[in-house]
Design a protein around this ligand. Structure first.
Ligand code: ZN
Length: 276
């Protein structure tokens, strides 16, 4: 009995436990975030420090830079630091994650496999999303900390392998928060709106916010949009309301986070629980 209990606790705690990674003080004043699959880490650098991840230079703003790791990221990475003629390479090992399996049955077949005539629209909308996410600005909302964009019960988590009507589909990359239609959705951190579309095929009402250095957040299935492309938002500003538009089975917010091409786990960014 005791053994079973501690096994469950371990499973529950592992994905959220911070990896003990020491970064050299000669280069890094402080860091926040978690070195885990799906994690985003912000480094506060000493003056005049240059940093690269796996050989690729990372841009910075006000002495801060950000790096992220996707759902299935390799576990080993190398961060190289350079400052005033000194160099140091740090090998890091991410905490691996375990992901749930989620089955959603009873969906209309067209929601599981889009009909042929929907594909031109889906492809055009895919390009729109890619273009909006490619914006790499130098604002610093990414470094100010994130809060939950709405309140409600978590009904879907990051990374879970999904089966729709028994058919395997892509993993779920967002966190689903159930809330009544019309519940305010607020910006979890400062940024600029880079996409505001009321009627996407999969996402329905969709908003993207650029938080700087290629960190983008996305909000799906929105009922009404309260922002337009180019709007600057502060943390807590209302951007939309919760809805059930697009491929959705009930009112909820699907919140997603991206760093470059990597999809990050929003639940690792916001403190506490949205259901309070
Ligand atoms: Zn979702």
């Amino acid at each position: 009995m005791r053994r079973a209990t501690s096994f469950f606790l371990l499973l529950f705690i592992l994905p959220f436990a911070a990896a003990a990674i020491d970064l050299p003080r000669d280069f890094v004043k402080a860091h926040s975030g978690q070195f885990t699959q799906g994690g985003m880490v912000v480094l506060h650098l000493q003056n005049a420090t240059r940093v690269s991840l796996n050989g690729e230079a990372l841009p910075q703003i006000d002495g801060r830079t950000v790096l992220g790791f996707g759902r299935d990221s390799a576990l080993r990475h190398e961060i190289a630091f350079q400052r005033k003629g000194k160099r140091q390479n740090v090998a890091i090992k991410l905490k691996p994650r375990q992901y749930d399996i989620q089955r959603i049955d009873g969906l209309p077949p067209a929601m599981v496999t889009p009909p042929d005539e929907a594909w031109p629209r889906i492809i055009a909308q895919g390009k729109l999303k890619k273009k909006a996410r490619a914006i790499a600005s130098t604002q610093r909302g990414f470094s100010e900390g994130f809060v939950w964009p709405t309140r409600g019960r978590i009904t879907g988590v990051y990374g879970s392998q999904r089966f729709y009507n028994g058919e395997a589909r892509r993993p779920h990359f967002g966190i689903d928060i159930a809330a009544p239609r019309g519940t305010p959705v607020t910006a979890p951190a400062a940024g600029t709106v880079t996409l505001a579309e009321p009627d996407m095929y999969f996402e329905g009402g969709l908003v993207f916010i650029d938080h700087g250095l290629s960190v983008t957040s996305a909000y799906m299935h929105l009922d009404s949009l309260r922002v337009k492309v180019g709007d600057k938002v502060k943390r807590g500003d209302m951007i939309a309301t919760v809805g059930s538009t697009g491929r959705s089975t009930g009112p909820h917010l699907d919140w997603r986070m991206f760093w470059r091409g990597a999809r990050l786990d929003p639940a690792l960014l916001a403190e506490g629980n949205p259901d309070q």
